[in-house]
Write a protein of this length. Sequence first.
Lengths: 647, 122
Amino acid sequence: MDKSSYVEAFIEEAKENLESVNKILLQLEESGYDDAAMNEAYRFLHTVKGTAGVVGVEPIQSVAHVMEDLLDVLRKEKRAPEKELLDIFFQALDTIESMIHELETTQAVSSSGKDVVAKMKAFDMTKGPCPTAEPKAEAPTSGVELTTEQKAAIAKAIEDKKPVYAVRAIFENDLKMREGRAYQLKKRLSSAGELLVMYPEWEKVSDETPEITFIVTSAETEAALMEAAMDIIGVAESKASKFELPKEEAEEENSSCKSEAKGGAQSHSSTIRVKSKLLDSLLDLVGEIMINNIRINQIAADLKHRELKQSLQNNSRLMTQMQDIVLRTRMVQVDFIFKRFPRMVRDTGNELGKDVDFIMKGNDIEIDRGLLDEIGDALVHLLRNSIDHGIEAPADRVAVGKKPKGQLILSAFQEQSNIVITVEDDGKGIDPQKIAKKAIEKGLVTPEEVAKLDDKKIIQFIFLPGFSTAEKVTGVSGRGVGMDVVRSKIEGMGGFVKIESETGKGTKMTLKLPPSMSIIRAMLVEINTEKYAIPLENVRETVKVPMDNVHEVASHGMFRLREEVLPVLNVHTEFGGLMADGTKDMPAIIVEKNENRACLLVSRLIGQQEIVVKNVGRGLRSTGYFSGATILGDGKVAMILDVGAFI
Amino acid sequence: MSEPKKVMIVDDSMVMRNMIRDVLTKNGFNVVGQAKCVADAVTMYPQLKPDLVTMDVVMPGETGIEGVKKLKALDPSVSVLMVSGLNQKNLVIQAMENGAKDYIVKPFEADDLLKAALKVAK
């Protein structure tokens, strides 16, 4: 059987199952034993083990198997895993996860997981009433042992002149779960006559049992009895012969603990899985079609063909719907990545000796899958920062009159069409003095500049490349990867990051994300003779700027709009054109980003339009002016201006 | 050859469903339905009237044992093949006590499944 085609599905499914187990174990740690949760964890792990076996990933199977056994013990004894065991469990899950990762990237698993398997096996589970392993039945090597009752029954049958047969069923070598086969044999032979003895009893059969002997009285022939035994799957050979009483005693064996598995209640919806790559291509195609449609619309407008125009309008409407649906199919709940955070927060808290009460809100908010994948690392960084730099050690918290347990809230919500994700802690907050001092030390700003800024502005320094306030670099917050990376990542997707902090009270980071990464609304403008797109998010309004109202202040053009004085940006020369100096009025866009505003002069305003964002190469991006490009209705390329670079 | 035997697969794991489907389809069975829980299987059974039902033992919601009981109540002649994990002997036997015709053990080879399916299908 070709197993490779199932590996991909296995990886996907196993990841989900492992995340669920992680979540349940955390829940068990938090709120103690719970039947449903425990059964669910067991079931998830059981599936991982089973499917790993099916697709032939032995190392995963073996780790999952041992962990499953331990969970089974806990489940039967109705006890929650103690912390020590929980740590081993988490280690086992991590091991499996890394194996899955390896499988995903190299199509093979090289590690065996031996260490963690050994750890699990060595863990003393004997606290409870039931031993870990199933007691194994002795293999009947020295013939059949009969009880007094059995001997009496056989003697009676012989006395009654009934034909008594011994039927031996020998199992295939690698047959698994022989108990079931034994049960089937018992049923089958019972139907052929009266069953006097079954040795060993099916309850005591294990996979080490090579064969089973039955003693039956039957009207059937020896051949028929042999055939009956062969009816059962897994019976390699059977023998039947007339039986005579031997002289031996039988003995009792311990019975094994009964188990009962019950899945936790879980809702199911009619969904199908689709490769996200397919959806990406579909979205790309929809984008291309929409662009093409704009082009056709223009041709129709030029032709002044009414009927054509009308049916094209219908087409546009349908395409908008199609785009909407494709975008929606790409939506996943933020829970998709949120669910892995409780575990991470727990581990980080443990590592740093912080006690953290982690709360997640809005897990059901939906967001574009592409965006979600991108922000995962950023969120990890923010959460770790909060635990590392924000939340104080329990003793320090008590000293300032706070509860020993710090609170960390991760929430997602929708604000108009944007998705907002916040990370909020009630820790010590960011100290502007410390930030300022550091920034000056690093030569990022001068003391004079700092003196002019308020606390809010000073805090923004943490976004500067290479800035780190940690007095010692911990393994947790990492080295080199700073808030600047988080910010550039989020901004690269057309979103923005905001930070608010109050000394002693806590810090709140806000990530505002566009609803989708690939299609945005933009304002199209012309600078010189080239067209450019400005994301509508960065556009506050459009104005006409009378050039004689632009005043030079310290070699910067300034323009007064109502009560606000805005710097005037003129990129005509930079973009390879001549400054049209004599122009009386120039159209301009008031652009804004991160609460900074400026007045960007353009040659012509074209209008608003939905654009499909295409990435541009490093060369163009490194100019600092462009965040991407798009293809316009006329087939020409327009660069998307990165407003943040100007202001 | 006579009509291909109709099969309904009941399993909460997509990997397992696909695997069983592929093996059986390649060997002349007609997989007419797939259910990921007992409740779905019970709804689908009367419409599909399969000659064979493969039934996972441990699933979310009701277990495969409940599944056997319910299908048996709908159709006393139902042919159910349990697909069991290694350490679920008690459950499998319980399922057989309630009318399951046979079982196979995960991980199984295509031959194991095929042999059992041919034996159990009506």
